[in-house]
Design a protein around this ligand. Structure first.
Ligand SMILES: [Zn+2]
Length: 124
């Protein structure tokens, strides 16, 4: 069950997401972004969950992914730096791993992510 703090955090995240500018204004050259994440919890070698998040130009450019562990507070996986560095280098696909930095639990979850970016190839 979700505790109150986690629920409040979720509301806060939603607000942050809605406050973030749209993908089309942040990165006008991007047509779509697909983020696939495999969640692993510490102590379990099996995959806990698989998640795919799609971004279109109308999506909010909010790339801070939630930690799926219910008792984790202020954790999550921030893919913003990865994406901005990909865009800078004009890279279409990147893989990596991030540990959750939740403040009340140490090293309890990690994701293996894959990001694919499709750029507009319009010739102007
Ligand atoms: Zn966490």
């Amino acid at each position: 069950m979700l505790n109150k703090k986690k629920l409040a955090e979720r509301d806060e995240r939603k607000r942050c997401e809605l406050d973030t500018e749209l993908l089309s204004s942040k990165y006008p050259d991007i047509e779509s972004i697909v983020i696939t994440m495999d969640y692993y919890h510490k102590g379990y070698k099996d995959l806990m969950m698989k998640r795919t998040v799609n971004f279109s130009p109308e999506s909010h450019a909010y790339f801070h992914m939630e930690c799926m562990k219910n008792d984790c507070l202020e954790g999550g996986f921030n893919l913003t730096p990865v994406i901005s560095s990909m865009v800078k280098r004009n890279i279409t696909s990147e893989k990596g791993e991030i540990n959750c930095q939740g403040n009340n639990l140490s090293e309890h979850a990690r994701i293996i992510f894959k990001i694919s970016i499709k750029y507009n190839r319009k010739t102007s």
